[in-house]
Design a protein around this ligand. Structure first.
Ligand SMILES: [Zn+2]
Ligand SMILES: [Zn+2]
Length: 204
């Protein structure tokens, strides 16, 4: 089944972004599918295996990174926020919504700093409420610091027995990743968006 850019994603019900078609013929936003496979593939209970959200066909393909298909509908932006690949000098852009959310936080902080300059003689740093962002990527929580410009892994939510609450497993020792604000003038090499590899120009 071929998908067109105007087609709706069955997971988020929005116009499909970065469409990806599974071998069983179902199309989703790449990031929606990746998140769904991660959820159903949770081994927390030991009974789940990754399945297609539409037909429940077991999925074994690795889609952590994929090459952008021809119909990928790659979005363009003036600004992208990106995180550095491990072991190379390339950068992954955050998915567009995350990228926009980080940019808004960054702009709000810049505005507040102009209105109320930081007293450099004070030992009190910038307000963490304005400079620390929590985001969820494929079911995992990350902390972004737009002053230190780094992303730190916090943990994966796991169900707590006997309730609707979720605890967090953490993997201590995961090194923070460098993050960056990229514009069309940036010289950094961009690998793609959140795992989807593309050589297209991502800037407006
Ligand atoms: Zn979607
Ligand atoms: Zn399917």
């Amino acid at each position: 089944m071929a998908s067109s850019p105007a087609e709706e994603c069955p997971i988020c019900r929005e116009e499909m972004l970065l469409p990806y078609t599974t071998p069983c013929g179902h199309a989703f936003c790449y990031l929606c599918l990746k998140a769904a496979l991660t959820r159903t593939g949770s081994t927390a209970t030991g009974i789940n295996i990754p399945t297609c959200p539409m037909c429940r066909a077991p999925r074994s393909e690795n889609i952590i990174t994929v090459k952008a298909p021809d119909n990928a509908n790659i979005p363009k932006r003036n600004i992208w926020w990106a995180y550095k690949c491990r072991g190379s000098d390339e950068w992954w852009c955050y998915e567009p919504q995350h990228s926009e959310y980080i940019e808004k936080t960054y702009q709000d902080f810049q505005t507040s700093r102009t209105e109320d300059p930081i007293d450099t003689s004070s030992s009190v740093g910038p307000d963490p409420d304005k400079t620390i962002i929590l985001i969820q990527i494929m079911g995992k929580y990350y902390r972004l610091d737009i002053i230190k410009m780094e992303q730190t892994f916090i943990g994966t939510p796991v169900p707590v027995r006997g309730g609707n609450l979720f605890g967090l497993t953490s993997q201590p020792g995961t090194a923070p990743r460098e993050i960056k604000r990229l514009t069309s003038a940036s010289l950094e090499k961009i690998k793609g968006i959140a795992g989807m590899i593309t050589t297209q120009n991502l800037f407006l």
